[in-house]
Design a protein around this ligand. Sequence first.
Ligand SMILES: [Zn+2]
Length: 298
Amino acid sequence: MSLFKNIIYAHEHTTIDLSGIKQDMDCCLDNKTDIIEEFGKLAQLGVSRIIDQTNNGMGRNPNYVREVSEAVGITIAQSTGYYKEPFLPEECYRMDEKQLSSKMVSELTNGIEQSGIRAEFIGEIGTGKDCIQPVEEKIFCAASRAHADTGASICTHTTLGTLGIEQIAIFQKYGVDLQKVVLSHIDLSGDLDYMLRLLDKGVNIAFDTVGKNNYQPDEKRVEWLLELCKRGFSPQIVLSVDITRKSHYKKNGGIGYAYLLESFVPALLDAGCSRQNVENLLVHTPARIYNNPERDVL
Ligand SMILES: [Zn+2]
């Protein structure tokens, strides 16, 4: 039984491999049978689209993702871009801003490597905790140029929700349309006033660490969402669970992807969030940001 149709998970990783630098094999998602089981459950729950934030250097595998997509009957948008230090490939240091931008544009228009599969957006480009490293700033500038050339949406990674204002400042310098920008992990900031300051600038924010109660409890996420929705911001907020570890899968004892729809959304509705607002968070807002009818997938 699904409460809504055409649900979009705004920040996930069909594949990811950060295991080398993290020295932890848990940080590698590479089991196709397991992900088909997890995403298959989502299809039953009304999910029609997943925004895959795994980019160049994070273990991106376009053909694998396409196979998973076809097996479960959910479209999966793939991304171009680079993550953050120390997970950046060597070319980020070698190439200048314009070259990096050209590479992103090529992946958005011609396809990723030899796959013939186009990236549909730029993501998740990130910053670390206390300051933006020069190479990270170069990637943000390159992404802004690629956005200007293609109209592609941009999704950023913030570390524990920080430096959102600074990220926006770079985009503003390049005239990026902030309605097409999503700042990720803002629920981890734990700061409602900060969330309001970001939203007032016109940018979108993601509550995409739902279920990660060791960082912030879901009761707080519900509380903040109620307040933000009450103030009319559901057209600027998207949801997801950002599963990045094998141990997050249901069969391995984790919450699994379905947790968002089976546990969190019912709690949000019970707390008094209107059906229309929840539908905005799950369906209409991510569709406005990430569905590009004029940019058909190959
Ligand atoms: Zn992520």
